[in-house]
Write a protein that binds this ligand. Structure first.
Ligand code: GDP
Ligand code: IMO
Ligand code: MG
Length: 470
């Protein structure tokens, strides 16, 4: 039976999931995105090229001309759990083509569509929240999930191919008149009393024509994007990932991280879809999960509002941000930085049933005299949010050596190994890979990873040889 591996974020997103998927995809038949949307930014860097995947799965850089270890393109699937922004998907497809790749892509016909008006609402709601804003990516995620739960105001990818699309969009826009008048720039200056009377404005009401004009414009755009994407829109993508002829590996690519999950994160400062591994079965369609690898950055970052109990704002924070290039891959915002939080890492490992860690960005810690790791954190909930009560740090000694060229565990400085071992002991699971730079080859493969792959008869040694590791 095919080996199903989920790669998920154990922190607040941006752990380096994209790179890990790219590293693993050499051995995979398929990569399926099962959650998130264009709020994600998954960076792939190899052979001198760089691509940031927002909607596209991170296996797109394995095509017919750049095949995986079996000489095949990797199938990239956007599962039903992923919200699709058709405009951004098309832009990304153009970008990968410009880099010389022609990905094998399937978009589930049932994927919810992120529409232009939902992006307008996302930004409008954030602005209205003022100080209490979540700091969303502005990509329309919250309002799209709201519409999806509401049902009557949401669209699926298959609807873009529907001859009745225009009528549906007019109807949806009419249902959402109040929000559109409140938030859409074209309706600036409309009095708030108009907003109150404008819920499904009656025939002949002056605002109705303006709304309909906007709706028809949106519908035309959506239809044209649908037409361009039609060749990729596929019914029941779960049949692809469950196809019995797949014998090697299916990778389930998580987006965001455990503490951004709307159920398990610190509400309201979360996203609106599920980053957790369990979601891979609903949103990706796999019929089982054999192994969960949790991606753990060797320190913490967060974009947007919400608690970051180990945040370090002074020169250490600046050091991590600059050394680690901690600026959002989607919005370019500087990421807040902090130290590793062991109680949180343990919680995320436990909840997601992670069996191994993909440790990332160890190289970024080079040059620090000592590295604090939070081993006990207490907080309470108050009216103004989550308040840190106490945090205890264990301070491990740092190292000076540049790690970016190291490819073997035994060549790491002793203190770097001790740092990693401390994390393994605290979380109770092994590290499978250790990242020492953004490039696909800047990885240290631990024996646990090799054993895992060989245990499933995957030709890991061949890949390592090809990549110059053996
Ligand atoms: P994702 O959202 O989890 O896929 O992560 P992002 O792509 O948003 O952010 C991770 C950033 O760190 C990207 O710029 C990667 O190229 C980079 N990166 C990944 N792994 C490593 C690593 O081990 N070392 C360094 N220095 N950079 C890394
Ligand atoms: P990847 O997959 C980091 C954060 C936003 C904000 C909150 C809600 O690249 O790890 P949203 O736009 O989802 O409504 O924003 O979630 N956020 C992320 N932070 N990495 C991500 O994705 C994120 N996706 C959303 O910054 O705080
Ligand atoms: Mg990211």
């Amino acid at each position: 039976m095919v080996f199903v591996k989920a790669i998920i974020g154990l922190q607040y997103g941006d752990e380096g999931k994209g790179k890990q998927v790219d590293v693993d995809a050499a051995l995979a038949d398929a990569v399926v995105r099962y959650g998130g949307a264009t709020n994600a930014g998954h960076t792939l860097e190899k052979d001198g090229l760089k691509f940031i995947a927002h909607n596209l799965p991170s296996g797109v850089l394995y095509d017919r001309k750049h095949p995986n270890a079996y000489g095949m393109p990797v199938m990239n699937i956007m599962g039903i759990g992923e919200l699709v922004d058709p405009e951004i998907t098309l832009t990304e497809l153009r970008e990968v083509r410009a880099l010389g790749f022609e990905p094998d892509l399937s978009i589930d016909a049932k994927c919810p569509v992120i529409t232009q008006w939902q992006k307008v609402f996302d930004c409008g709601i954030e602005a209205a929240l003022g100080e209490r804003k979540i700091g969303t990516t502005g990509r329309g995620v919250g309002p799209t999930v709201m519409a999806w739960a509401n049902r009557a105001t949401s669209l699926r990818m298959e609807d873009l191919l529907d001859p009745y699309l225009e009528g549906r969009v007019v109807d949806i826009v009419r249902q959402l008149s109040r929000e559109i008048i409140a938030f859409h720039p074209d309706f600036k200056g409309f009095h708030s009393s108009t907003v109150r009377t404008a819920i499904a404005p009656p025939e002949g009401h002056p605002i109705r024509g303006k709304l309909e004009g906007l709706a028809r414009f949106y519908a035309k755009e959506l239809a044209s994007w649908g037409k361009e994407l039609a060749g990729y829109i596929t019914a029941d993508t779960f049949r692809i990932v469950r196809d019995p002829s797949l014998q090697r590996m299916v990778l389930c690519e998580g987006a965001q991280g455990h503490f951004l999950d709307p159920d398990f994160g610190y509400r309201p400062d979360t996203t609106s879809t599920h980053p957790v591994a369990q979601q891979a079965m609903v949103g990706g369609g796999v019929d089982h999960i054999d192994h969960v690898t949790g991606v753990l950055k060797m320190y913490l970052t967060r974009v947007g509002s919400g608690p970051l109990f180990t945040e370090t704002e002074g020169k250490d924070g600046e050091y991590l941000r600059e050394q680690g290039g901690e600026y959002g891959a989607t919005t370019g915002r500087p990421r807040r930085c902090g130290w590793l939080n062991i109680p949180e890492a343990k919680e995320a490992v436990l909840y997601n049933m992670a069996r191994g860690i993909a440790a990332t960005k160890l190289d970024v810690l080079t040059g620090l005299k000592e590295i604090p790791i939070a081993t006990a954190v207490s907080w309470k909930k108050a009216e103004e949010g989550y308040i840190l009560e106490d945090v205890s740090y264990t301070r491990l000694p740092g190292w000076e050596d540049d790690l970016s060229g190291i490819r073997g565990w035994e060549y790491l400085p002793r203190n770097a190994r001790k740092y990693v071992e401390f994390i393994e002991q605290s979380t109770g699971i092994p590290t499978e890979t250790i990242g020492v730079g953004p490039g696909q080859r800047q990885v240290i493969y631990r024996q646990s990873y090799i054993d895992l792959m060989e245990g499933r008869s995957l030709p890991i040694r061949m890949v390592l040889k090809e990549r110059g590791f053996l």
